[in-house]
Design a protein around this ligand. Structure first.
Ligand code: HEC
Length: 122
């Protein structure tokens, strides 16, 4: 029980604390910036669970997260087109990366996070 609890709190509380620490560090008190950071954190969690298996190391040519060069031609398509690619499948990527339970809103967050990692100025 104690072990379960500490595992759970580690999983949930640590990312939250990191987020709070980061927002304090950057002194952001404006709600728009906080919403943006929260969306990125949510997107990151979705990506880690559903997309990272391929996009972490470039399986089958998946553009690697954080690799601006690989992402440049994708970014040019614009967010809506990329969301549609992820929703419907693209090349060797299955629709929704294979997790049919994801909603379009989840895909939006995930793609938003991926795009943010590909631009130097975030
Ligand atoms: C099974 C492996 C796999 C998984 C899981 C996966 N992808 Fe992909 N993804 C790919 C591959 C491979 C490509 C490159 C396809 C191509 O260019 O032919 C790609 C390309 C993309 C692109 C660029 C599409 C374009 O129009 O250029 C986006 C955006 C994307 N993936 C988002 C996601 C998101 C979001 C998730 C998680 C919900 C995800 N992917 C999960 C394999 C995967």
């Amino acid at each position: 029980m104690g072990r379960l609890c500490s595992n759970l709190s580690g999983r949930i509380v640590r990312p939250l604390l990191t987020l709070i620490a980061l927002s304090t560090l950057f002194g952001c008190s404006n709600p728009e910036e906080e919403a943006r950071l929260a969306a990125l954190a949510e997107g990151e969690a979705i990506v880690k669970k559903n997309c990272f298996v391929c996009h972490g190391q470039g399986i089958n040519g998946a553009p690697i997260i954080g690799n601006s060069k690989m992402w440049a031609p994708r970014l040019e398509k614009g967010k809506e087109a990329l969301v549609q690619s992820a929703m419907n499948g693209f090349g060797l990527m299955p629709p929704k990366g294979g997790n049919t339970e994801l909603e379009e809103a989840d895909i939006q967050l995930a793609v938003g996070y991926m795009m943010s990692q590909a631009t130097p100025e975030k």
